[in-house]
Design a binder for this molecule. Structure first.
Ligand code: PLP
Length: 457
């Protein structure tokens, strides 16, 4: 087997500014031991998120120039609409400025008090928009998805038995929608099988409940189906994606993920009556239906990106990059989530730093250590992000203490990834010296974005 090379050449570059361990020690202190508070120019390898951080192609940049900024009926919108229609088969396509804007529209119409939205796992913004409407979000992830080291092919699947039970208990009339997130972002970027999507669709049809897909990583999920699910090896990713979307009544999408765009999203659906209601909200909050919250040039970039992302050479390289980093780390005994997901590699900080108790935020300590050792920015997904306090002010920890290394699309090369592995392995070998963290200042909601911390002595 030869090396799997990046399926692109580099035409335009951005500099990385190198700094030293000594400088980074000071930088992270000045950022109050919170990587969100670092300046991005001080970061050498930025793995904070894969959202909006993709490198656009020369074709996308050409599309940016071609973008037509007409307020109504722009050809850029018509091209965007045609592409999304070809991929999803859905006739009503509504552009929005981000995925969460699409969510805001659909949940403000279908949500409200006494309503339940059931999913494999709702992404944060999806849950927030559901709850903001007064409704309740329910996650019914399959059992194997809850264990970070169990190797299973489709750990993003929904527990269909639990779905049936939940519908019977809550009443189908109180459930405006069932949602499958592909891949399951909050569950480690793990894929959902076509079989599971079909089972969920069958149950939804039986109870007459609309079924939507949160499609942010539809191409990565389709590629996992091609690789892992019997019967799909000879189908193209586009055919698999179309089959997946054909099960759904609608979808929401953030173009900042699998459309290689820096901004954008959409809402698509079959039901024209519901689409009319959505467009009426769209006009108040986003803009006229042929541009949503976007410039014509963004619509071009998205529509070109949506086609490019289904290239199997690209997806092969993309999915392999996650496996490659996961394997390198696992070989050295670094506790890492298995199998690798589609867009990120997750370190198990509870095991990595098993001398630091969870109320001293081992994930945050590890994220800071990766920055100091190698200028790598990652994101704690543990008790700093999801922890709560009981009435005595004692921490109720999160289920898992993870550090996410999200890999931007088409941005970093294999030598960057090799370097990331080397830094993590070095930190792992010296882990005994790392100290826990103490929160000095925090906000009531979403504290991980702004919290100020200090290492314990
Ligand atoms: C990013 C994301 C969203 C929200 O999209 P934004 O463009 O960031 O608003 C929704 N669902 C999933 C699964 C996501 O990954």
């Amino acid at each position: 087997m030869k090396t799997i090379i990046e399926p692109f050449r580099i035409k335009s570059v951005e500099p990385i500014y190198f700094n030293t361990t000594k400088q980074r020690t000071k930088l992270i202190k000045n950022a109050h031991y919170n990587p969100f508070l670092l300046k991005s120019e001080d970061v050498m390898i930025d793995l904070l998120t894969d959202s909006g951080t993709s490198a656009m192609s020369s074709e996308q940049w050409a599309g940016i120039m071609r973008g037509d900024e007409s307020y109504a009926g722009s050809p850029s919108f018509l091209r965007f609409e045609k592409t999304v229609n070809e991929i999803t088969g859905m006739p009503n396509i509504i552009p929005t400025h981000q995925g969460r804007a699409a969510e805001k529209i659909i949940f403000s119409i279908l949500g409200g008090k006494g309503k339940y939205f059931i999913a494999n796992t709702l992404f944060d913004t999806t849950r927030a928009n559901i709850e903001f409407s007064g409704a309740t979000g329910i996650d019914l992830l399959c059992d194997e998805g809850k264990h970070p080291t169990i190797a299973a092919p489709f750990k993003g699947n929904m527990d269909t038995k639990a779905l049936r039970a939940e519908i019977t208990q809550k009443g189908a009339e109180n459930i405006p929608m069932v949602i499958i997130t592909v891949t399951n972002n909050s569950g480690g970027g793990q894929p959902v099988s076509m079989h599971n999507i079909k089972e969920v669709k069958k149950i939804c049809t039986e109870f007459n409940i609309p079924f939507f897909i949160d499609a942010c990583r539809f191409a990565e999920n389709s590629y996992f189906i091609k690789m892992r699910e019997p019967g799909y090896q000879t189908k193209s990713v586009q055919e698999i994606a179309f089959e997946m979307f054909s099960m759904a009544d609608g979808c929401t999408m953030s173009a900042k993920k699998d459309a290689f765009a820096n901004i954008g999203g959409f809402l698509a659906m079959h039901d024209s009556e519901l689409a009319t209601k959505c467009r009426n909200v769209l006009i108040i909050t986003e803009g006229f239906p042929t541009y949503g919250g976007l410039a014509g040039r963004d619509l071009e970039a998205i529509s070109i990106g949506l086609k490019e992302v289904m290239s199997e050479d690209y997806l092969h390289y993309r999915i392999r990059s996650m496996e490659y980093l996961t394997e390198k780390l696992a070989e050295e005994g670094v506790p890492v989530m298995q199998p690798a997901g589609g867009h990120a590699v997750y370190l198990d900080a509870k095991q990595f730093l098993n001398h630091i108790p969870v109320d001293q935020y081992p994930g945050q300590a590890l994220a800071c250590a990766l920055f100091v050792a190698g200028g790598i920015r990652s994101c704690e997904i543990g008790s700093l992000m999801f922890g709560k306090y009981n009435i005595d002010g004692k921490l109720i920890p999160a289920q898992l203490e993870l550090v996410r290394l999200a890999i931007p699309r088409r941005v970093y090369t294999q030598s960057h990834i090799d370097y990331v592995a080397e830094v993590i392995i070095e930190v792992f070998q010296n882990r005994g010296a790392l100290k826990g963290m103490k929160i000095m200042e925090e906000a009531k909601l979403l504290r991980h974005f702004t919290a100020k911390l200090e290492p314990l002595s």
